[in-house]
Structures are given as structure tokens and as C-alpha cells.
Design a protein around this ligand. Sequence first.
Ligand SMILES: Cc1cc2nc3c(=O)[nH]c(=O)nc-3n(C[C@H](O)[C@H](O)[C@H](O)COP(=O)(O)O)c2cc1C
Length: 369
Amino acid sequence: MSALFSPIELGPVALANRIVVSPMCQYSAIHGDAQDWHLAHLGQLAVSGAALVMTEAAAVEPEGRISHHDLALASDENEAALHRVIGFCRRHGGAKLGIQLAHAGRKGSAHVPWMGQRGLGPGEDPWETLAPSPIPFGDGWPTPRAATDEDLARLVTAHAEAARRAKRLGFDVIELHAAHGYLLHEFLSPISNQRTDAYGGSLENRMRLPLEIFEAIRGAVGPGIALGARITGSDWLPGGITPAEAAALGQELERRGCHYLDVTSGGLVPHAKIEIGPGYQVPFAEAVKRAVSIPVMSVGLIVRPDQAEEIVASGRADLVALARTILDDPRWPWHAAEALGAEVARPNQYQRAAPAVWPGQSYKGAANA
Ligand SMILES: Cc1cc2nc3c(=O)[nH]c(=O)nc-3n(C[C@H](O)[C@H](O)[C@H](O)COP(=O)(O)O)c2cc1C
């Protein structure tokens, strides 16, 4: 019996296996609206065999986008555009569907990555960015405005409103993005948060905004939807967030009704020295998992089926989220099922490529082992 292909529940939502498509910005939206690209991208992933497909980060207000081409869920138009995409995924795919709600904070007003990771210049329709403190992300990045009490109140409302839209769209899962150096991570880390009010200083104060927002989302959607958070296990910086702080945040989220945690790391500043290698963030998931009783996902350079199986079977994490791995091979769950002797759902249209009925199977060799 494969652990990776065993079912699990995220609160009210039952998943067929432990494979999650990690959120991946596509920088292909117009005014925050999903386009045909999103239909093709999320559509293929919804038939991939992964039990849960997360959308990319969707901004809760236009200024919460990273670039002009980020997805947003802040208007009726944004909602209608996603409705078409989600409708396709529902009709044709077996995967449960989740949306990641986000605000880019001081990493906003930037170019799309393939134009170089840098802030927009004066003639490029930049906008004023927001952060806990007026400290730029890095050299050459705009200095953000420190969020006022009014901003904080608006951010809570914007997240709740986006969550209401996500519920109307029929999402099974809503994930709050509190990692990768975006706004809520900026509040959590003492490196980017140097406030002296109730939202800065102690860990309790730095957690205040993310927890208020989580509670507002929970209040907006009620039961029936699984709620999760993507949190950072480490800033990879002296004086930054540690796995122990991540575990404490995980406990506070669990206490407030969070159904799962997705543990990642890094992204707060451009210069952090991250020790990258296969499964390099698994120890962070493990540290958080020891502190909570809700399921924990691991993500980051999880590439091989045997590696994913080991992470779940050993109990170091309950689920694996795949990003580049599944861009590289959108049939990864099929190939992993083959390698691990498990079954995975395929759409009817593709049944004829199933290993049991396709004579070509025996000629494929070990490329996917
Ligand atoms: C194209 C791309 C876009 C991404 N966009 C997001 C995003 O919207 N939200 C997020 O939390 N992480 C995002 N990430 C990070 C991934 O979700 C994941 O954490 C990271 O890539 C490590 O997993 P991997 O080694 O399987 O790629 C993105 C990664 C890629 C490659």
C-alpha cells in the first residue's frame, strides 16, 4: 500500500491521495482576470491525478498583485473570469480545487519574472506598495508605505471579501499566503516588521494581522470549506523566523480552525543564503508537524515518486505539494502511481493510455521510474 496514494482529509474536504499542485503564479492575467492560459494550465492539472490543485496567488486587492499580470479576486470581473476556469476543472477533472489568497506587500509593483525581478520604473505604471515598515525588499526596489490602522482594517475586509467570492466560485479549499516575503510574511518576520504598535515587536504582535485575517476568512466562509495557510519555516537569516516560531504560528492557526499548514521558506530578502537540495524544506514541515495535530504539507524539490513516498510514509509530512516537478511532467501522478504500484484516477478520454490496457506501456522503459 502506497502512503502517497492513500486518502486524507483536510477538515471537511476528503482528498483521494497526498499529491497537491502547489500554487504557481502564471503572470498571465489581464486586470486580474484569468485568461485562456489559466484554462489550459489549471485544466490540465485538474486531470493530472493530483488530489488537490491550488490556483496561483490571487490578490485580494489590485495593489496586492506582484505585477500587472497577476491573478486577482477583488472584483466581479475577476470572479466571472475564474468562474469559467473553475467550471471547466470541475466538469472534467477529479481534483479538489483550492485558491491561494495573497497580498504582495513590498514585493508588489514589479515586473513579471521573465522581464527580470525588479520594481516597475516611473514610466511603467507603478503603484505605491504597502508593508509593516518602510523598508524596501532590496536594492533598487521601491520603499513601501508603512500600513496605517485604516490599511489594516481594509486588508482584513479585502481578504474576507475575496474568501466570500472563492466560496461562491465553489472552491473546496482556501489557503492564506503568509510566506515568500509577501505582506503577511513581512508582518511575521522581525526583519521586515519594525513596528512599535500592537502589530510589531513580540511574536504575538507580529502574528496579530495574519491571525485577524485568518479569522475574518473563517467567519466569511463558515464550515464546509477547508482552510489552510502557507507559512514560512525559516527566513534563512540571522534574527529571522525560525522553525520554532513557525510551529507557534501553526498552533495559533490550528486553534482558530485552520485545517492544514503548507510549510515553505525563504523569499523575505533577495540575499538570503538558502541551502537548496532534494526535500530541503521537509525538516521545517517536520518541526511544525510535531507541534500541531492538523495535516502538514511539505514542498520544495520533491521530484521523485520514491522520495515523495518516503516523506509521507515516514510521517515527516502528510502531503507533498509539487510545483516545477509537475510543470515538468503534468502526468507525474500517473507515473508515480505506476512506480509505486498504486491506482490513480484518469479522465475517461485518456483511459486508453492506462498501463493495464496500453501495449506501448512495456516499451516505455525506466524513464519515469
Ligand atoms: C512558476 C512558479 C510560480 C510560483 N508561484 C507561487 C505562488 O503563486 N504562490 C506560492 O505560494 N508559491 C509559488 N511558487 C512556489 C511554489 O509553489 C513552490 O513552493 C516552489 O516552487 C518549490 O516547489 P518545487 O521545487 O516543486 O518547484 C511558484 C513557483 C513557480 C515555479
